[in-house]
Design a protein around this ligand. Structure first.
Ligand SMILES: [Zn+2]
Length: 1146
């Protein structure tokens, strides 16, 4: 535990006490360790007793510590002036002595340094890729033959079929052509022999098949599951991509699958199976562990890492979260050692041999062995020779693991479709197993097994031998399967859909929350458990369920990755698009109910919605377009939903038909600060009949605010002033309503500059691109924006970039240049000012908001990219700064946590690109530069001070990973970022270790605003509007570091496809950085302790019941001690952790 002296002094007495207790706690931990080491000779019973004694002591200390925390909290709370409210807007202003306390909790958690750290492994490896012989990417494995004399080899052959929910065919086509036959045959073939087993992962397919089969077959399924012959592994809707997926969607698809399994089969998965995602993230393991799984299998890991782990016998490990020093997040992970999950690469190191034991490839079939030695059916004549040949592979593979239990998968993509394939595999293997059985001198016990059969045996053997697995921290990006073929292309492929994915995600979250609040409000209004008769609760719940499942489907490792065939991409896009439209209906009618002052006026008419969105989405591949509002003297109501749990000041923009308008807060009549800007039909031609009205809105957490817009006399709202620049060729500007100038002479050569209260920026007058940033504190940093092209390798027989792979040409990135200088348009207004650069392939805008709060502290960057005219090119945006970060930078994993990255010269350029789901940053001792993004893409820091993201890629060829096409379906694609420069007071940057870092509090808040924008709805102009009242469900913001991840209505247990009264409440307490504290403080408080009173947090909302549960809300994970907990509901929110509750809102 490293604490700076100055900080210790600053902490209250309680803090000191905490440190003392924590140290004592650590000492006890160390003693425990020492005890264990010394305990070599002592009888096990004695050790157990000592341990339980120690455990008791620790428990007692833990209680003490927790009591103390509560005491400190109470003291603190009584000190904090709680009178402040929204009106005064000063809440939390006097907790500055506590500024860093919240972040310390996260600091204290991350002091573990034991075990394997993947960053260190990368430093160690040479990545020289020598030929390993039969096991090409490995080494020769030797054994004596007597290794298993004492402890026989215990082998589990695990039959599986990898079913992609969309790739070369759509989800539905695969289902019709393959998947349903696989599952139908499974019922027959597993029932024939109780020794046969099978695992299944994708609940999207399983549930579809379930809907097709009759009751009798469903009973058969339940029997097979009950008998342990069929195991549902992971239980997610899909086997998700772990690079581009956001943790909201990762958890949501897991929840959808688990809830389905609980309802229909009454089972909960205990082992996870992820053999095809292109690299692996610890965020996924966190969610799996939180959902009650204890074991997992992964496959696609860099071949050099696999080889290293195989040598060290660390292919099985306890995967621990980087930020966690306790074993709480540990999950037992098995990494497959060889190249692939198919049969040639799973029985042992030699694929030419293993292929002979894939009996689907028997001569005469459709598939064969590329190693040219075909399998033979097992007969009495050849069984001995065949069994010994296979046993040799098993034994070699076993030498790579610490226990004599061996996992051997048996399957491939869409396997076991035909009945004959089942017979070929199961009958031939059974003969081999029978032979082993009859020959005990071979010391092998082999059988068909499920994943859990394997892990149970593994844990039994490890316990018996007193062996523990090593712990491991880190992630498995960036994946390479051979040579320098790094899979960093898919971090950006099909960026249009990666962005659409996040649009659906934020719409879904917003709708879930508003729908849950609406149901609760309606039940409260009626005084019974029923909904208002007119409200289409069931239809809406069906829309929600469909949207959850479409978002879930898109997390599949060929969907959000951008690695499916063109028609499949359109199928996914259509699903996302329809889901957004459907969710909008739910949002609108929920908002209608919540806003009505007189609820008796509620009336639902699908054909004539009460509210509409302020934009229109016309197709799955089109960007949303704002609908111009027709204004008159009568007020037009704008409804703004703030889907975040924070009070926020936002700029709301709508398009109107008049250059003069006025906005007032409906309730008070208070006029809002506003500006009118031009809508640009072309870069230098303003639309004559539509205009953009932007105003500053104060939005309480989760509220629906109402504003009135009216047509106003000329000049009521200030109009933006424009200046146009084009080097050497001043443009002709057509704009009748706005003041426009084009600077001439020396003025034209001065750098462009914009500023607000917090920052000043300078841009090149030639290109409009950013050059320099200055903070209010005086900190100045060079931050230059550049655009670059990457090409691909030249030459006929060279491998080239494709959907998966990034294989840039040897020349590296080329600076973007255009034959004519870009048009640069600068706008200045009271709400925001911006600089827009119009290049041929992209339009780039830098915007500063003139806001006092934290929203004014970052620079908004947006791009509109169109590279449809290009061939084999990728466009990247690079920030070149003077931040002295060395070769270290940080990128996020799934928006859940930050991971340190090291740019290594020994690796090719494409290996130094990493996925960025929502954030990355560079830092040195005095500042941190964070780039927060609203979409997933590839990120790299190739040289000190640099940070670059790949915006779009257009590639004409297939890259030989089975897709069979390039990526050429590019579209006009938008990307959005916030750039944040912050002072650091944390002293010197740690240069040594694999330091764990978190986003700053300000970065968290900025990211929250970016990923969850306010939703604007419009009331129709004509109708006799009933009276509306703003909806404000919460008295105050949640603590700044607590994120309301979801408030998701669960399905009724009795009535199918109907909403129940139970809601999944998911809270994520973020860890944040200690070295930068925002000044002034954001207007929210955060707790210095882990315990939180849920009733206070959500006041005035009341909970009828609160029950803590696992992350997927399975009933058997409900924590017994919290069942039907009476108020006050004190709960523990640990930094970095997600907590799940099943609640009923009163
Ligand atoms: Zn797959």
């Amino acid at each position: 535990m490293v604490m700076k002296r100055s900080r210790v002094l600053a902490v209250l007495v309680g803090g000191v006490f905490c440190v003392a207790v924590m140290s004592l706690y650590r000492m006890l931990e160390l003693m425990q360790g020492a005890e264990l080491q010394r305990g070599g000779d002592t009888p096990a019973g004695q050790v157990d007793e000592d341990l339980s004694h120690l455990q008791e002591k620790i428990d007692r200390l833990e209680r003490l510590l927790s009591d103390n925390n509560r005491l400190v909290a109470t003291l603190r709370d009584s000190l904090v002036n709680r009178k402040a409210s929204w009106e005064t807007g000063r809440r939390g202003a006097n907790v500055s002595s506590d500024t860093l306390s919240g972040c310390r909790l996260a600091e204290e958690m991350k002091d573990g340094t034991d075990g394997v750290q993947l960053l260190h492994v990368y430093d160690l490896l040479t990545f020289d890729n020598p030929d390993g012989g039969a096991w090409k990417q490995g080494f020769e494995i030797r054994y004596q033959g007597n290794e298993w004399d004492e402890m026989p080899l215990e082998l589990f052959l695990v039959p599986h079929s990898h079913n992609d929910p969309g790739w070369l065919k759509t989800f539905d086509s695969y289902y019709q052509d393959q998947t349903k036959h696989i599952l139908n045959n499974m019922l027959i073939k597993l029932s024939e022999d109780h020794r046969r087993k099978m695992i299944w992962a994708e609940i999207s397919y399983f549930s579809k098949w379930w809907n097709d089969i009759d009751e009798q077959k469903r009973e058969m399924v339940k029997r097979l599951v009950g008998a342990g012959q069929l195991e549902l592994v992971t239980g997610g809707w899909v086997m998700p991509d772990e690079a581009n997926s956001h943790y909201f969607a990762l958890l949501d698809q897991l929840m959808e699958g688990h809830q389905w399994l609980q309802k229909h089969l009454g089972v909960r998965p205990s082992s996870a199976w992820a053999v095809d995602p292109f690299g692996h993230s610890p965020s996924m393991t966190y969610l799996l562990k939180g959902a009650g799984l204890n074991n997992m299998v992964i496959q696609r890991v860099h071949y050099a890492v696999k080889k290293h782990f195989a040598r060290q016998q660390t292919l099985e490990f306890l995967w621990r979260q980087s930020w966690d020093s306790s074993p709480r997040s540990d999950i037992t992970c098995h990494m497959m050692p060889f190249y692939s999950y198919d049969v040639p690469h799973t029985c042992g190191p030699n694929p030419a041999v293993c292929c002979q034991f894939d009996f689907h490839r028997l001569p005469g079939g459709r598939v064969f062995c590329p190693w040219r030695i075909p399998p033979q059916p097992i007969t009495e004549q050849n069984v001995r020779e065949r069994a010994l040949l296979l046993l040799d592979q098993y034994r070699q593979k076993s030498r790579l693991f610490r226990s004599p239990v061996l996992l051997v998968p048996l399957g491939d993509d869409f396997r076991f479709t035909e009945s004959s394939e089942w017979d070929a595999q199961f009958r031939n293997y059974q003969k081999l197993f029978d032979y082993f059985e009859q020959h005990p001198e071979l010391h092998i016990k082999a059988r068909f097994g499920t994943l859990s059969d394997y892990f149970e045996a593994l844990h039994r053997r490890l316990n018996a031998a007193g062996t523990t697995l090593p712990t491991l921290r880190g992630d498995f990006f960036t994946y390479a399967d051979r040579d320098d073929h790094y899979w960093s292309g898919f971090f950006t492929s099909r960026p249009f859909y990666k962005r659409l994915d996040r649009a659906l995600e934020s719409t879904l979250r917003a709708t879930e929350i508003l729908f849950s609040l609406t149901l609760a409000d309606m039940r409260r209004f009626r005084g019974d458990s029923h909904l208002v008769a007119d409200f289409p609760g069931r239809e809406h719940f069906r829309r929600l369920t469909e949207a959850r499942r479409n978002l879930a489907l898109f997390q599949h490792h060929d969907a959000v990755t951008g690695t499916a065939r063109d028609p499949v991409v359109v199928d996914y896009g259509t699903r996302l698009f329809h889901s957004i439209l459907n969710l909008r209906q739910v949002l609108q009618s929920s908002a209608q109910w919540l806003l009505l002052l007189d609820k008796s006026q509620y009336h639902h008419d699908q054909s004539k919605p009460f509210l509409q969105m302020d934009d229109v989405m016309s197709a799955q591949d089109a960007l949303p377009q704002k609908t111009p509002l027709v204004l008159s003297d009568a007020p037009r109501s704008l409804i703004i939903f703030n889907p975040t749990e924070q009070l926020r000041t936002s700029v709301i923009s709508v398009v109107i038909d008049s250059p003069d308008a006025r906005v007032v807060e409906a309730e008070t009549g208070r006029p809002m600060t506003a500006q009118i800007s031009a809508v640009w039909a072309e870069p230098s031609r303003a639309s004559a009949d539509s205009f953009q009205l932007s105003f500053v809105a104060e939005l309480p957490p989760l509220s629906l605010a109402v504003y009135h817009v009216t047509k106003a006399p000329a000049g009521s709202a200030p109009r933006v002033r424009y200046t146009f620049h084009r080097h050497g060729n001043p443009p002709t500007v057509r704009s009748e309503h706005f003041q426009v100038s084009s600077p001439q002479g020396p003025e034209a050569d001065a750098p462009l500059s914009l500023s607000n209260k917090h920052i000043q920026i300078w841009s090149s007058q030639e290109t409009g691109l950013l050059q320099k940033l200055r903070l209010q504190s005086g900190l100045v940093r060079q931050v230059q924006v550049q655009f670059l092209w990457y090409g691909t390798r030249s030459g006929v027989n060279r491998d080239k970039s494709g959907a998966y792979l990034f294989l840039p040409g040897e020349e590296g990135a080329q600076l973007y240049s255009s034959s004519e200088p870009p048009l640069v348009r600068v706008s200045r207004g009271p709400v925001f000012s911006d600089i827009t650069s119009c290049f041929r392939h992209f339009t780039h805008t830098l915007r500063l908001l003139h806001l006092d709060g934290h929203a004014g502290k970052s620079l908004e960057i947006s791009n509109m990219v169109d590279i449809r005219s290009e061939v084999n090119r990728e466009l990247a945006m690079r920030l070149v700064s003077d931040v002295a970060n060395g070769n270290r930078f940080y990128s996020d994993l799934n928006g859940f946590q930050m991971q340190q990255r090291r740019t290594l010269e020994k690796l090719p350029l494409q290996a130094n690109f990493y996925p960025m789901t929502s954030a990355s940053f560079l830092q040195d001792s005095s500042s941190r530069l964070s780039l927060l993004s609203a979409q997933s893409q590839a990120v790299a820091s190739l040289r000190p001070g640099e940070l670059e993201v790949v915006l779009d890629r257009r590639l004409q060829q297939d890259d030989n990973r089975g897709l069979g096409q390039g990526v050429t379906d590019n579209k006009m694609t938008a990307s959005l970022y916030h750039l944040l420069l912050e002072d650091r007071r944390g002293g010197a940057q740690e240069v040594g270790g694999a330091s764990v870092e978190h986003l700053s509090l300000l970065a968290h808040l900025t990211s929250l605003s970016l990923c969850h924008p306010p939703i604007t709805m419009v009331a129709p102009s004509d109708s006799q509007l009933p009276k509306l009242r703003p909806f404000r469900p919460l008295r105050s913001s949640l603590p700044c570091d607590v994120h309301l991840l979801n408030l998701r209505t669960l399905e009724d247990a009795q009535e199918a496809e109907s909403p129940s009264q139970e809601v999944a409440l998911l809270l994520h307490r973020k860890g944040f950085d200690c070295s930068s504290a925002p000044e002034p403080m954001p207007q929210c408080t955060w707790s210095t302790h882990e315990e939180v009173n849920l009733d206070d947090l959500f006041s005035p909302l009341q909970f009828r019941s609160v029950c803590r549960s696992g992350l997927t809300l399975l009933r058997e994970h409900d924590k017994p001690e919290s069942a039907r907990q009476q108020p006050p509901r004190i709960t523990r929110l640990r930094p970095m952790e997600i907590s799940a509750y099943r609640v009923e809102i009163d």
